[in-house]
Design a protein around this ligand. Structure first.
Ligand SMILES: Nc1nc2c(ncn2[C@@H]2O[C@H](COP(=O)(O)OP(=O)(O)OP(=O)(O)O)[C@@H](O)[C@H]2O)c(=O)[nH]1
Length: 245
């Protein structure tokens, strides 16, 4: 068997193990099967194997798109970093399988705590991210608190049947259109808040303060590119204005 056939077999078995349905195998493979294998591998490369959530790679791609979209639409997305508290102790006391069960339960609790349009991802280890595309800044603290509370409300059933309470610390930062940011900077800002939540005692939320939650219509036009440098309208703002709440 040549090495490409071997790799194809490995890809088939990887995908089958991951529960991805494939058409019947042929030798040589049909174009339809090759396409299904490529699609399946793309899917797997974006998914965290333990929790089934989007992994860091998928999250970063989504978050970059979201920053771009939100700044053009004049919307404010919220990024939350969620890090389990004292997770090393769970592994040390109850074993790695228990730790894995905790990560799976937390992943589900996080997903249930937000809307389907929001993204929950596992960035690695015991750290998750939640991306909420369109948030009214005054509501951000309540949303972050809901995410924190969802983790704390769900004790994990260990493989031996015992219940284990779990908490998480949450750090968050908004990306309003009037604050220029890129993903690296946004993650750094949220991470600083996560650090503050840990330092403040854990099982709590820390959100970066937003200097201005309101912009004037003139500033908004500027930011969305409807005025030129001399203050002349480039397009009809009234027609083009998105529905910003
Ligand atoms: N079971 C399991 N453990 C993991 C996995 N990934 C990372 N870990 C463990 O997560 C633990 C993280 O420990 P620390 O970084 O010290 O964090 P912590 O104990 O949660 O402490 P604080 O964050 O300060 O509250 C380590 O013990 C890692 O081995 C995984 O996929 N499964």
């Amino acid at each position: 068997m040549d090495s490409s056939a071997l790799q194809l077999d490995q890809a088939r078995s990887l995908l089958r193990q991951a529960g991805v349905a494939l058409p019947a195998a042929h030798d040589p493979p049909t174009a339809q099967e090759v396409q299904a294998i490529i699609d399946g591998l793309c899917l797997l490369s974006q998914r965290d194997a333990l929790t089934g959530l989007p992994n860091r790679r998928a999250f970063e791609a989504r978050a970059r798109q979201e920053l771009d979209r939100a700044s053009r639409a004049g919307e404010t997305p919220l990024l939350l970093l969620v890090d389990l508290d004292h997770f090393k102790m769970v592994n040390d006391r109850h074993g790695h399988a228990a730790g894995d069960a905790v990560l799976r339960t937390v992943a589900q609790a996080l997903q249930r705590s937000v809307r389907p349009m929001d993204t929950v991802a596992r960035l690695g280890g015991e750290e998750f991210a939640v991306l909420l595309p369109h948030v009214s800044p005054p509501r951000a603290a309540a949303l972050a608190e809901r995410v924190r509370a969802a983790v704390a409300a769900e004790p994990v059933t260990l493989p031996d049947g015992r219940l284990l309470p779990v908490t998480a610390s949450v750090g968050g930062a908004l990306a309003p259109p009037w604050v220029r940011t890129n993903l690296e900077h946004w993650l750094e800002r949220a991470d600083r808040q996560l650090y503050a939540a840990k330092a403040g005692g854990r099982n709590r939320v820390s959100l970066e303060g937003v200097a201005h939650t309101e912009v004037s219509a003139e500033e908004k036009n500027w930011l969305l590119g409807w005025m030129d440098g001399d203050g002349r309208m480039i397009a009809d703002a009234a027609e083009a204005e998105p529905d910003v709440t």
